[in-house]
Design a protein around this ligand. Sequence first.
Ligand code: AR6
Length: 184
Amino acid sequence: MTMLGGCRLEACETDITTLAVDAIVNAANSSLLGGGGVDGAIHRAAGPELLRECETLGGCATGDAKRTGGYRLPAKFVIHAVGPVWHGGDRGEAEQLASCYRRSLALAHEARCTSIAFPAISCGIYRFPAEQAVRIAVRTVVDALPASSSLTQVVFACFGEPMLRLYEHELDRVACQAPPSNPI
Ligand code: AR6
């Protein structure tokens, strides 16, 4: 756990669909019409009304995000972010992934969310190397936090112990570089 200003950043090994936060982020595809992985789990848990709202959105570009209701989820909103498919790293994948995090935070801020949970976008079916993706996720969120001032809690929801360790390591690094929150 790391405190940055008034915001608590933490990594948890958990199913993101169970989290009672204001917004959970979905690792969607550009159709926004569902799929496997965390996308499938979110649609199953939210119920068919989520797909009905997604059908009205006209898809979403890679690196962008769109917000819907949470329906039967404990979360009020789902922010559907479309991460890049990994093609080796020279097709702008890192910037597109960072953009997913920035756009998701902007949409959460717009809806006055105080808490948000992210999965490891692009780290499953889209094969983005986990270590690099985690560095991008944590750094981008940290850099964007001052512009997302409604947020007091950011959760990185991970599947599996190795992924949890990567996030904890990166959060520790960020904490070491951050100025003390209560300078004397
Ligand atoms: N809670 C938290 N993390 C999860 C969950 C869950 N319930 N389920 C999976 N993960 P992926 P992508 C982790 O494949 O790589 C879909 O078909 C998983 O272990 O869900 O962005 C979409 O429709 C991994 O670390 O998303 C797209 O077509 C991370 O979430 C495509 O997959 C992301 O894995 C998107 O691929």
